[in-house]
Ligand binder design. Structure first.
Ligand SMILES: O=C[C@H](O)COP(=O)(O)O
Length: 264
């Protein structure tokens, strides 16, 4: 049984003071609601400059909220101005790192070989990659959305071992749904999650396919999380952007996800 997970991708928002406040408030709300972290993982992905503050808070208050980063360098060290290595993130006790978010693919184009190297670097440092895939509106119009998303999964995972892939998470994030308010319906999310799981089963093994957690991302909020989680049964949670910046809203999504997962 895969544990549900809700990941907040803060993107380029919240400086280290705002990050501390946001995580503290999130932890308070969940504590007051007697939230059981054993039944649902809660993760935040701050910008690099806020990770150390979140780590200090997590240690001081013994928080059960996990955290990580939104990107990582493919190389381990050296003359790579502006880059941050997987080992540096692991030293901050990060647990999860995004690979191939559509905003990174657009503004910092990286080829598949680089995404594979980033994935390997994250795994070697003992963290979990969250590989983002998903079609644009054009691919959807052409009716090739499933092939496209599965193809992106294949491009990054095909040379990895069963063990490496089982430690990954995959986020299906249709580009047209990101930050637009146009959330995918449950059938769309389920079709993509199912196609990705089938691909993992045929390319690796049914054990791998059963282990990998598949998330949906794109305009998730407290009004649509419950229905998506209840109906898209191959999905294990969410990668939330804008709505994760508000601790009240994000904690509501977390609780609705946990509840819907229990009722499946
Ligand atoms: O990583 C998160 C996704 O890009 C979704 O962002 P959004 O919830 O603001 O649409």
């Amino acid at each position: 049984m895969r544990r549900p997970i809700v990941v907040g991708n803060w993107k380029m928002n919240l400086n280290h003071r705002e990050a501390t406040y946001c995580v503290q408030k999130l932890a308070w709300i969940l504590r007051d609601a007697n939230f059981d972290y054993r039944t649902c993982d809660v993760v935040v992905l701050p910008p690099f400059t806020s990770i150390r503050s979140v780590q200090v808070l997590a240690e001081a208050d013994n928080l059960k909220i996990a955290y990580g980063a939104q990107a990582v360098a493919a190389t381990s060290q050296g003359a790579f101005t502006g880059d941050v290595s997987a080992d540096m993130l692991a030293a901050l006790d990060c647990s999860y790192v995004i690979v191939g978010h559509s905003e990174r693919r657009k503004y910092h184009p990286e080829d598949d070989a680089t995404l594979v190297d980033e994935t390997r670097a994250i795994l070697t440092a003992g963290m979990h990659p969250i590989l983002c895939v998903g079609e644009s509106y054009d691919e959807r119009k052409q009716g090739i959305e499933l092939e496209y998303a599965v193809g992106q999964v294949n491009d990054v995972t095909r040379d990895l071992s069963d063990d490496e892939v089982s430690r990954m998470l995959i986020a299906y994030e249709p580009v047209w749904a990101i930050g637009t308010g146009m959330v995918a319906n449950s059938q769309t999310a389920q079709d993509a999650a199912h196609a990705i799981r089938e691909h993992l089963a045929s390319s690796f093994s049914t054990e791998v396919a059963e282990r990998v957690r598949i998330l949906y991302g794109g305009s998730v909020n407290s009004k649509n999380a419950s229905q998506l989680m209840t109906q898209a049964k191959d999905m294990d949670g969410f990668l939330v952007g804008g709505a994760s910046l508000d601790p009240d809203e994000f904690s509501a999504i977390v609780r609705l996800t946990q509840k819907a997962a229990k009722q499946r």
